[in-house]
Write a protein that binds this ligand. Structure first.
Ligand SMILES: *Cc1c(COP(=O)(O)O)cnc(C)c1O
Length: 357
Protein backbone atom coordinates (compact mmCIF):
# COMPACT_ATOMS: atom_id res chain seq x y z
CA UNK A 1 0.00 0.00 0.00
CA UNK A 2 3.00 2.30 -0.23
CA UNK A 3 2.02 5.65 -1.67
CA UNK A 4 -1.69 4.89 -1.46
CA UNK A 5 -3.71 7.65 0.16
CA UNK A 6 -6.80 6.94 2.26
CA UNK A 7 -8.17 10.30 1.14
CA UNK A 8 -9.55 9.27 -2.24
CA UNK A 9 -9.80 11.67 -5.18
CA UNK A 10 -13.37 12.34 -6.29
CA UNK A 11 -14.76 12.95 -9.75
CA UNK A 12 -18.17 14.38 -8.92
CA UNK A 13 -21.29 13.23 -10.72
CA UNK A 14 -22.66 16.36 -12.39
CA UNK A 15 -25.93 14.65 -13.30
CA UNK A 16 -27.40 13.50 -9.96
CA UNK A 17 -30.67 11.62 -10.22
CA UNK A 18 -31.41 11.77 -6.48
CA UNK A 19 -34.38 14.08 -6.98
CA UNK A 20 -35.99 11.50 -9.32
CA UNK A 21 -36.12 8.74 -6.68
CA UNK A 22 -39.62 7.66 -5.69
CA UNK A 23 -39.08 6.95 -1.99
CA UNK A 24 -42.57 5.51 -1.56
CA UNK A 25 -41.97 2.80 -4.13
CA UNK A 26 -38.38 1.66 -3.94
CA UNK A 27 -37.59 -1.72 -5.52
CA UNK A 28 -34.80 -3.53 -3.59
CA UNK A 29 -31.39 -3.14 -5.20
CA UNK A 30 -32.41 -1.62 -8.53
CA UNK A 31 -31.67 2.05 -7.95
CA UNK A 32 -28.11 3.20 -7.38
CA UNK A 33 -26.65 6.34 -5.90
CA UNK A 34 -24.56 8.87 -7.83
CA UNK A 35 -21.05 7.58 -7.12
CA UNK A 36 -18.99 4.41 -6.87
CA UNK A 37 -15.59 3.58 -5.47
CA UNK A 38 -13.08 1.84 -7.75
CA UNK A 39 -9.62 0.50 -6.91
CA UNK A 40 -7.33 -1.73 -8.99
CA UNK A 41 -4.91 -4.41 -7.87
CA UNK A 42 -1.84 -4.75 -10.08
CA UNK A 43 1.90 -5.46 -9.75
CA UNK A 44 1.23 -7.16 -6.42
CA UNK A 45 -0.34 -4.12 -4.71
CA UNK A 46 -3.53 -2.13 -4.38
CA UNK A 47 -3.29 1.04 -6.45
CA UNK A 48 -4.78 4.43 -5.57
CA UNK A 49 -8.56 4.13 -5.26
CA UNK A 50 -10.95 6.82 -6.44
CA UNK A 51 -14.58 7.86 -6.32
CA UNK A 52 -16.22 8.16 -9.72
CA UNK A 53 -19.69 8.87 -11.08
CA UNK A 54 -21.73 5.65 -10.97
CA UNK A 55 -21.63 3.96 -14.34
CA UNK A 56 -20.73 0.92 -16.45
CA UNK A 57 -17.35 -0.78 -16.11
CA UNK A 58 -15.60 -1.77 -19.34
CA UNK A 59 -14.37 -5.35 -19.47
CA UNK A 60 -12.33 -7.59 -21.72
CA UNK A 61 -14.23 -10.67 -23.01
CA UNK A 62 -11.54 -12.95 -21.53
CA UNK A 63 -11.77 -11.31 -18.09
CA UNK A 64 -11.12 -14.24 -15.79
CA UNK A 65 -13.88 -13.56 -13.22
CA UNK A 66 -16.63 -14.30 -15.72
CA UNK A 67 -15.00 -17.54 -16.83
CA UNK A 68 -13.75 -19.00 -13.56
CA UNK A 69 -15.60 -17.18 -10.83
CA UNK A 70 -12.98 -15.43 -8.71
CA UNK A 71 -15.56 -12.99 -7.44
CA UNK A 72 -16.59 -12.08 -3.89
CA UNK A 73 -18.83 -9.49 -2.24
CA UNK A 74 -20.10 -8.02 1.01
CA UNK A 75 -23.44 -6.57 2.06
CA UNK A 76 -23.79 -3.78 4.61
CA UNK A 77 -26.00 -0.76 5.31
CA UNK A 78 -25.71 2.91 6.22
CA UNK A 79 -28.49 4.44 8.33
CA UNK A 80 -29.52 8.00 9.09
CA UNK A 81 -30.23 8.28 12.80
CA UNK A 82 -32.45 10.62 14.82
CA UNK A 83 -29.52 13.02 15.28
CA UNK A 84 -29.27 13.38 11.49
CA UNK A 85 -25.97 11.46 11.44
CA UNK A 86 -25.14 8.79 8.88
CA UNK A 87 -23.88 5.66 10.64
CA UNK A 88 -22.60 2.16 9.91
CA UNK A 89 -23.26 -0.90 12.06
CA UNK A 90 -20.20 -3.01 12.97
CA UNK A 91 -18.56 -2.41 9.56
CA UNK A 92 -15.24 -3.82 10.78
CA UNK A 93 -16.86 -7.28 10.76
CA UNK A 94 -17.63 -6.89 7.04
CA UNK A 95 -14.07 -5.72 6.36
CA UNK A 96 -12.66 -8.75 8.13
CA UNK A 97 -15.00 -11.18 6.42
CA UNK A 98 -14.20 -9.68 3.02
CA UNK A 99 -10.54 -10.48 3.58
CA UNK A 100 -11.42 -14.01 4.72
CA UNK A 101 -13.50 -14.53 1.57
CA UNK A 102 -10.62 -13.16 -0.51
CA UNK A 103 -8.12 -15.52 1.10
CA UNK A 104 -10.33 -18.56 0.42
CA UNK A 105 -10.75 -17.55 -3.24
CA UNK A 106 -7.01 -16.94 -3.74
CA UNK A 107 -7.61 -13.19 -4.10
CA UNK A 108 -5.65 -10.34 -2.48
CA UNK A 109 -6.87 -9.17 0.92
CA UNK A 110 -7.76 -5.55 1.51
CA UNK A 111 -6.43 -4.01 4.73
CA UNK A 112 -9.32 -3.29 7.11
CA UNK A 113 -8.51 0.44 7.33
CA UNK A 114 -8.46 0.77 3.53
CA UNK A 115 -11.79 -1.08 3.16
CA UNK A 116 -13.43 1.05 5.86
CA UNK A 117 -12.01 4.33 4.55
CA UNK A 118 -13.39 3.56 1.08
CA UNK A 119 -16.85 2.65 2.41
CA UNK A 120 -17.01 5.74 4.61
CA UNK A 121 -15.84 8.23 2.01
CA UNK A 122 -18.22 6.85 -0.61
CA UNK A 123 -21.17 6.93 1.79
CA UNK A 124 -20.24 10.46 2.91
CA UNK A 125 -20.12 11.55 -0.74
CA UNK A 126 -23.66 10.19 -1.31
CA UNK A 127 -24.97 11.02 2.18
CA UNK A 128 -28.00 12.66 0.57
CA UNK A 129 -29.07 9.16 -0.48
CA UNK A 130 -29.39 7.98 3.14
CA UNK A 131 -32.95 8.67 4.22
CA UNK A 132 -34.29 8.66 7.78
CA UNK A 133 -37.54 6.99 6.69
CA UNK A 134 -38.15 4.15 9.19
CA UNK A 135 -37.04 0.77 7.84
CA UNK A 136 -34.98 2.38 5.06
CA UNK A 137 -31.20 2.40 4.58
CA UNK A 138 -28.48 2.79 1.99
CA UNK A 139 -27.44 -0.73 1.06
CA UNK A 140 -23.67 -0.94 0.46
CA UNK A 141 -22.26 -3.54 -1.90
CA UNK A 142 -18.45 -3.89 -1.90
CA UNK A 143 -17.21 -6.49 -4.39
CA UNK A 144 -13.99 -7.71 -5.97
CA UNK A 145 -13.38 -9.67 -9.14
CA UNK A 146 -10.49 -11.02 -11.16
CA UNK A 147 -9.60 -8.98 -14.24
CA UNK A 148 -6.78 -10.85 -15.97
CA UNK A 149 -7.38 -10.97 -19.72
CA UNK A 150 -6.49 -14.61 -20.03
CA UNK A 151 -8.42 -17.80 -20.78
CA UNK A 152 -6.51 -20.18 -18.60
CA UNK A 153 -7.13 -21.36 -15.07
CA UNK A 154 -4.88 -19.77 -12.51
CA UNK A 155 -5.30 -17.13 -9.81
CA UNK A 156 -5.58 -13.78 -11.54
CA UNK A 157 -2.74 -11.29 -11.14
CA UNK A 158 -5.09 -8.30 -11.39
CA UNK A 159 -8.35 -7.44 -9.63
CA UNK A 160 -10.88 -4.69 -9.36
CA UNK A 161 -12.48 -3.68 -6.05
CA UNK A 162 -15.67 -1.68 -6.44
CA UNK A 163 -18.27 -0.34 -4.02
CA UNK A 164 -21.75 0.65 -5.16
CA UNK A 165 -24.67 1.74 -2.99
CA UNK A 166 -28.42 1.47 -3.37
CA UNK A 167 -31.22 3.04 -1.31
CA UNK A 168 -33.55 0.31 0.00
CA UNK A 169 -36.69 -0.22 2.04
CA UNK A 170 -37.88 -3.49 3.57
CA UNK A 171 -36.49 -6.66 1.99
CA UNK A 172 -39.42 -8.99 2.56
CA UNK A 173 -42.91 -7.54 2.34
CA UNK A 174 -44.39 -10.48 4.23
CA UNK A 175 -43.35 -13.28 6.62
CA UNK A 176 -41.26 -15.86 4.82
CA UNK A 177 -42.34 -19.32 3.70
CA UNK A 178 -39.39 -21.73 3.59
CA UNK A 179 -38.90 -25.32 2.50
CA UNK A 180 -36.40 -27.75 3.97
CA UNK A 181 -34.20 -28.94 1.10
CA UNK A 182 -33.11 -32.57 1.26
CA UNK A 183 -31.45 -33.06 -2.11
CA UNK A 184 -29.64 -29.95 -3.36
CA UNK A 185 -26.73 -28.50 -1.42
CA UNK A 186 -25.51 -24.96 -0.79
CA UNK A 187 -22.13 -25.83 0.60
CA UNK A 188 -20.09 -28.92 1.42
CA UNK A 189 -17.35 -29.37 4.00
CA UNK A 190 -14.09 -28.22 2.42
CA UNK A 191 -15.91 -26.05 -0.10
CA UNK A 192 -16.46 -22.29 -0.18
CA UNK A 193 -19.70 -21.95 1.80
CA UNK A 194 -18.07 -19.75 4.43
CA UNK A 195 -16.94 -17.25 1.77
CA UNK A 196 -19.29 -14.68 0.26
CA UNK A 197 -18.24 -16.00 -3.13
CA UNK A 198 -20.44 -15.21 -6.13
CA UNK A 199 -20.72 -18.82 -7.30
CA UNK A 200 -22.45 -19.91 -4.09
CA UNK A 201 -25.43 -17.77 -5.08
CA UNK A 202 -25.42 -18.83 -8.71
CA UNK A 203 -25.57 -22.46 -7.61
CA UNK A 204 -28.53 -21.82 -5.31
CA UNK A 205 -30.81 -20.33 -7.97
CA UNK A 206 -32.04 -23.54 -9.58
CA UNK A 207 -33.11 -25.31 -6.37
CA UNK A 208 -34.56 -22.04 -5.03
CA UNK A 209 -36.61 -21.62 -8.21
CA UNK A 210 -38.09 -25.13 -7.82
CA UNK A 211 -39.17 -24.18 -4.30
CA UNK A 212 -40.64 -20.88 -5.53
CA UNK A 213 -42.77 -22.79 -8.01
CA UNK A 214 -44.15 -24.70 -5.03
CA UNK A 215 -45.07 -21.40 -3.33
CA UNK A 216 -42.07 -20.94 -1.02
CA UNK A 217 -39.83 -17.88 -0.85
CA UNK A 218 -36.64 -19.75 -0.14
CA UNK A 219 -34.94 -22.93 1.01
CA UNK A 220 -33.63 -24.09 4.33
CA UNK A 221 -30.30 -25.67 3.45
CA UNK A 222 -29.24 -28.87 5.17
CA UNK A 223 -25.80 -30.48 5.40
CA UNK A 224 -24.54 -31.88 2.10
CA UNK A 225 -23.74 -35.35 3.40
CA UNK A 226 -26.80 -36.46 5.35
CA UNK A 227 -29.39 -33.68 4.89
CA UNK A 228 -30.35 -34.15 8.55
CA UNK A 229 -28.74 -31.00 10.01
CA UNK A 230 -30.04 -27.49 9.38
CA UNK A 231 -27.52 -24.92 8.11
CA UNK A 232 -29.00 -21.67 6.75
CA UNK A 233 -32.12 -20.20 5.21
CA UNK A 234 -31.54 -18.82 1.73
CA UNK A 235 -28.94 -16.08 2.18
CA UNK A 236 -29.67 -15.62 5.86
CA UNK A 237 -28.58 -17.43 9.00
CA UNK A 238 -31.45 -19.25 10.69
CA UNK A 239 -32.45 -19.00 14.34
CA UNK A 240 -35.05 -20.88 16.41
CA UNK A 241 -36.71 -20.35 19.77
CA UNK A 242 -37.67 -23.55 21.57
CA UNK A 243 -38.80 -23.43 25.21
CA UNK A 244 -37.53 -19.82 25.46
CA UNK A 245 -34.01 -20.84 24.36
CA UNK A 246 -32.48 -19.21 21.29
CA UNK A 247 -30.94 -21.95 19.15
CA UNK A 248 -28.85 -21.62 15.98
CA UNK A 249 -26.56 -23.97 14.04
CA UNK A 250 -22.94 -23.65 15.16
CA UNK A 251 -20.63 -22.26 12.51
CA UNK A 252 -17.71 -24.57 13.23
CA UNK A 253 -18.33 -26.32 9.94
CA UNK A 254 -17.03 -24.24 7.06
CA UNK A 255 -20.37 -24.61 5.30
CA UNK A 256 -22.10 -21.78 7.16
CA UNK A 257 -21.61 -18.10 6.44
CA UNK A 258 -20.56 -16.27 9.59
CA UNK A 259 -23.23 -13.61 9.71
CA UNK A 260 -22.77 -10.33 11.55
CA UNK A 261 -26.52 -10.13 12.17
CA UNK A 262 -26.64 -13.58 13.77
CA UNK A 263 -23.60 -12.79 15.92
CA UNK A 264 -25.24 -9.54 17.00
CA UNK A 265 -28.57 -11.22 17.77
CA UNK A 266 -26.76 -13.79 19.94
CA UNK A 267 -24.83 -11.09 21.78
CA UNK A 268 -27.96 -9.02 22.40
CA UNK A 269 -29.88 -12.10 23.55
CA UNK A 270 -27.07 -12.98 25.96
CA UNK A 271 -27.15 -9.45 27.38
CA UNK A 272 -30.91 -9.90 27.95
CA UNK A 273 -30.22 -13.13 29.86
CA UNK A 274 -31.86 -15.30 27.20
CA UNK A 275 -30.41 -18.85 27.14
CA UNK A 276 -28.47 -19.51 23.92
CA UNK A 277 -27.38 -22.69 22.19
CA UNK A 278 -25.01 -22.67 19.22
CA UNK A 279 -24.79 -26.30 18.23
CA UNK A 280 -25.73 -28.74 15.46
CA UNK A 281 -29.51 -28.48 14.93
CA UNK A 282 -31.34 -31.44 13.42
CA UNK A 283 -34.27 -31.25 11.04
CA UNK A 284 -35.99 -33.89 13.18
CA UNK A 285 -35.91 -31.82 16.39
CA UNK A 286 -37.30 -28.75 14.64
CA UNK A 287 -40.15 -30.71 13.02
CA UNK A 288 -40.92 -32.36 16.36
CA UNK A 289 -40.90 -29.01 18.18
CA UNK A 290 -43.18 -27.50 15.52
CA UNK A 291 -45.63 -30.37 15.98
CA UNK A 292 -45.63 -30.47 19.77
CA UNK A 293 -46.00 -26.71 20.11
CA UNK A 294 -42.63 -25.93 21.74
CA UNK A 295 -41.26 -24.16 18.64
CA UNK A 296 -42.09 -20.54 19.50
CA UNK A 297 -40.21 -18.71 16.77
CA UNK A 298 -38.13 -19.18 13.64
CA UNK A 299 -36.45 -16.32 11.82
CA UNK A 300 -33.75 -15.53 9.32
CA UNK A 301 -30.96 -13.13 10.32
CA UNK A 302 -29.07 -11.08 7.73
CA UNK A 303 -28.17 -7.52 6.83
CA UNK A 304 -30.76 -7.13 4.08
CA UNK A 305 -33.77 -8.00 6.26
CA UNK A 306 -32.17 -7.84 9.77
CA UNK A 307 -34.76 -10.22 11.28
CA UNK A 308 -37.08 -11.95 8.83
CA UNK A 309 -39.84 -13.89 10.61
CA UNK A 310 -40.58 -17.28 9.07
CA UNK A 311 -44.30 -18.10 8.85
CA UNK A 312 -44.36 -21.56 7.28
CA UNK A 313 -41.86 -24.42 7.08
CA UNK A 314 -42.39 -26.94 4.29
CA UNK A 315 -41.04 -30.38 5.06
CA UNK A 316 -41.62 -33.20 2.58
CA UNK A 317 -45.40 -33.16 1.99
CA UNK A 318 -46.23 -31.12 5.10
CA UNK A 319 -46.58 -27.41 5.66
CA UNK A 320 -46.02 -26.48 9.29
CA UNK A 321 -47.50 -23.17 10.35
CA UNK A 322 -45.52 -21.33 13.00
CA UNK A 323 -46.91 -19.18 15.84
CA UNK A 324 -48.43 -15.78 15.02
CA UNK A 325 -45.90 -12.97 14.60
CA UNK A 326 -47.17 -10.91 17.52
CA UNK A 327 -46.37 -13.79 19.93
CA UNK A 328 -42.67 -13.83 19.05
CA UNK A 329 -41.43 -11.90 22.04
CA UNK A 330 -37.73 -12.69 21.86
CA UNK A 331 -37.12 -11.71 18.23
CA UNK A 332 -39.39 -8.66 18.53
CA UNK A 333 -37.48 -7.49 21.59
CA UNK A 334 -34.10 -7.99 19.90
CA UNK A 335 -35.26 -6.24 16.73
CA UNK A 336 -36.55 -3.27 18.76
CA UNK A 337 -33.21 -3.06 20.52
CA UNK A 338 -31.23 -3.10 17.25
CA UNK A 339 -33.58 -0.53 15.68
CA UNK A 340 -33.08 1.64 18.76
CA UNK A 341 -29.30 1.45 18.46
CA UNK A 342 -29.34 2.30 14.76
CA UNK A 343 -31.78 5.18 15.19
CA UNK A 344 -29.78 6.61 18.07
CA UNK A 345 -32.69 6.21 20.52
CA UNK A 346 -30.56 3.85 22.64
CA UNK A 347 -26.97 4.50 23.81
CA UNK A 348 -24.30 2.59 21.89
CA UNK A 349 -22.66 1.02 24.93
CA UNK A 350 -21.23 -1.83 22.81
CA UNK A 351 -19.51 0.59 20.38
CA UNK A 352 -21.16 -1.04 17.38
CA UNK A 353 -22.02 2.23 15.63
CA UNK A 354 -19.46 4.08 13.51
CA UNK A 355 -20.31 7.60 12.41
CA UNK A 356 -19.72 8.49 8.77
CA UNK A 357 -20.80 12.12 8.82
C1 LIG B 1 -24.52 -12.54 3.81
C2 LIG B 1 -25.05 -13.86 4.23
C3 LIG B 1 -25.62 -14.07 5.51
C4 LIG B 1 -25.86 -12.97 6.49
O1 LIG B 1 -24.73 -12.30 6.89
P1 LIG B 1 -24.87 -10.85 7.58
O2 LIG B 1 -23.47 -10.50 7.89
O3 LIG B 1 -25.70 -11.00 8.78
O4 LIG B 1 -25.50 -9.97 6.57
C5 LIG B 1 -25.99 -15.35 5.85
N1 LIG B 1 -25.87 -16.37 4.99
C6 LIG B 1 -25.36 -16.21 3.75
C7 LIG B 1 -25.26 -17.38 2.86
C8 LIG B 1 -24.96 -14.95 3.34
O5 LIG B 1 -24.48 -14.78 2.11
Amino acid sequence: MTGVSLQFPITPNTDSHLSAVNWDNLPFGKIFSDHMFVMEYADGAWQQGEILPFGPIAMHPAMSAIHYGQSIFEGMKAYRNNHNEVVLFRPELNARRFSESAARMCMPEIPEELFLAAVKQLVAQDAGWVTNKPGYALYIRPFMFATDEFVGIKPSDTYKFVIITSPVGAYYAEPVRVKIEEFYTRAAVGGVGRAKAAGNYGASLYPAKQAQQEGFHQLVWTDAKTHTFIEESGTMNIMFVINNTLITPSEDADTILRGTTKRTVLEVAASFGIPIEERPVTVAEIIEAAKNGTLQDVFGAGTAATIAPIAIIGYRDEKLTLPALETREISLKIKDFLDGLKSGALPDTQHWIQKVC
